[in-house]
Write a protein that binds this ligand. Structure first.
Ligand SMILES: *[C@@H]1O[C@H](CO)[C@@H](O)[C@H](O)[C@H]1NC(C)=O
Ligand SMILES: *[C@@H]1O[C@H](CO)[C@@H](O)[C@H](O)[C@H]1NC(C)=O
Length: 219
């Protein structure tokens, strides 16, 4: 048999890289954060864990206890799941972070006040409130000029909140309701603060360098 030519070696090499790439993708873990008894646990899970099953998560995932300031101001490019019991625990974890695919599970029967969480770059939101009322998980897709967003993704990830192209305001009180998730998006938000004089959040928010961001209210 003739020795393989340079060309076929190249093909084999490329296939190898492709296979490795697929393997790495299949192995990709998701991030799960939960708060329990005043501690924050951050886990990397290879399997889906049933909502609010803390002991299963501790068993199946690779988890560590993190300090509150260590999880602040981060960005998550893939799935992030958070199990929480009240707004005060969720705020420091999520307010002003960049998350593309978020799942929030309320693991208590607490009534949540109307308070808004600001999330940058949110594409998909799933919520579950099983501990409160037995309803199926809900999911919402947010479309907002996705092409522009994906082109600017690397810049966005490195510079964080300041360069945010789309902001979602999540009304925490939606967890009290059994009605379905709704959203409302507004593009070209340059005059947002004057268009929504009663939405005081625009005054307290950190200034964004980009003036044409898209705002989505989720309620
Ligand atoms: C993926 O999750 C498993 C547990 O489900 C863990 O043992 C492993 O270290 C994780 N891998 C990475 C890269 O975090
Ligand atoms: C998020 O931050 C804004 C501005 O500081 C604040 O008004 C709001 O209450 C925070 N939301 C939560 C859920 O903590």
């Amino acid at each position: 048999m003739a020795p393989p030519s340079g060309c076929s070696l190249l093909v084999i090499g490329a296939l190898g890289v492709f296979a490795l790439d697929c393997f790495a993708r299949a192995q990709k873990n998701s991030t799960l954060i939960f708060t329990k008894e005043n501690t924050i646990r951050k886990c990397s899970c290879s399997a889906d864990i049933r909502d609010c099953d803390y002991s299963l998560a501790n068993l199946m995932c690779s988890c560590k206890t993190v300090l509150p300031f260590a999880v602040e101001q981060t960005s998550y490019n893939d799935h992030l799941t958070i199990w929480f019991t009240d707004t005060s625990a969720l705020g420091p974890l999520l307010n002003f972070t960049l998350v593309r695919d978020l799942k929030l599970s309320l693991c208590s029967a607490n009534i949540l006040p109307t308070e808004y969480l600001a999330i940058c770059g949110l594409k998909r939101l799933r919520i579950s409130t099983e501990a409160k009322h037995p309803s199926p998980e809900q999911s919402l897709l947010i479309h907002d000029g996705g092409e522009r967003e994906s082109r600017e993704k690397p810049m966005l990830l490195h510079q964080g909140w300041q360069t945010c192209m789309s902001i979602s305001f999540l009304d925490m009180a939606l967890f009290n309701r059994e009605s379905s998730l709704k959203s409302y998006s507004i593009a070209n938000s340059a005059s947002m603060a004057s268009n929504f004089p009663y939405f005081s959040y625009f005054r307290t928010f950190p200034v964004l360098s980009n003036k044409n961001y898209v705002v989505t209210f989720i309620y």
